[in-house]
Design a protein around this ligand. Structure first.
Ligand SMILES: [Zn+2]
Length: 264
């Protein structure tokens, strides 16, 4: 049975393009994932996405950012992971911006299929000032995830989300943690992305246009959303796709297009 995993920024932080029920309807009918990581996402009071189990921190990142990362599943059970065992000792997972990171075990056939980490690369620098990219926040959040990678869950981990950075800026820590970029890993299955911003693959580019940076026809063509997986899960990937190329109407729904990985 294929498991389809998607990550998508629903743009509910600033000037949403669609109301929450329409976002979920599009996710459901068009992206059709079994499990999804939603970023810049929120579930307003009084709305409950029918048929989905969700895990997130109500209230979001803070008073100025009442949105965050949401895990959603229509099939496998999600069990939130708030602490892990390292060397027989329980360690709490603690994050600088708690609602930006969600960690769950994805349970399939009564077993942990993977531990899923959803990350939003909040665009703040070390002084808490807005900086327009996730190049400070993502490495910090990865550092705070270190106990997870030292725990017995390390063999099967997926990290997905909107990192707010170009491929050339993705920190080497992902490699160090044994994670493989599934888009780069399958780039040979796709044509090069024309005008790809911050490309690090040269002629082998097969990036996905996942974020429309403004509405100008000259808006930067950029991939800032990613799915990484540990090597055992990487060997179970059957297909990776997404971006506006595979979801041509995505800009009507959000300023991001989803990234999807299918596992057999
Ligand atoms: Zn590229």
């Amino acid at each position: 049975m294929v498991l389809r995993l998607a990550t998508w920024n629903t743009k509910q932080g600033v000037a949403p393009r669609k109301k929450t029920p329409q976002l979920w309807e599009w996710l459901h009918s068009r992206v059709d994932p079994d499990v999804a990581v939603l970023t810049e996402a929120k579930i307003p009071n009084g709305f409950s996405p029918t048929g989905w189990q969700t895990v997130y921190r109500p209230g979001g990142i803070g008073p100025r950012r009442q949105w965050g990362t949401i895990h959603a599943s229509r099939g496998p059970q999600l069990v939130e992971v708030s602490s892990v065992r390292v060397g027989g000792r329980a360690i709490e997972l603690e994050f600088e911006w708690p609602a930006a990171v969600v960690v769950t075990d994805v349970i399939r056939d009564r077993q942990r299929w993977a531990t899923l980490v959803g990350i939003y690369g909040i665009t703040l620098n070390r002084h808490g000032e807005s900086c327009g990219h996730g190049r400070y926040s993502v490495p910090l959040l990865l550092k705070q995830l270190a106990p997870l990678f030292e725990s017995d869950r390390a063999d099967r981990i997926i990290v997905a989300g909107d990192f707010n950075m170009w491929p050339c800026d993705v920190p080497s820590e992902f490699n160090t943690l044994g994670l493989v970029d599934l888009i780069a890993d399958t780039a040979h299955t796709r044509p090069a992305l024309a005008r790809c911003s911050g490309c690090n693959l040269g002629l082998d580019c097969g990036h996905l246009w996942t974020h429309r940076n403004g509405t100008s026809p000259n808006a930067a063509v950029q991939q800032i959303d990613y799915i990484f997986a540990s090597s055992e899960l990487r060997s179970e990937v059957s297909r990776v796709y997404g971006g506006v190329g595979d979801f041509p109407e995505a800009w009507e729904v959000s300023d991001h297009a989803p990234v999807v990985a299918e596992f057999f």
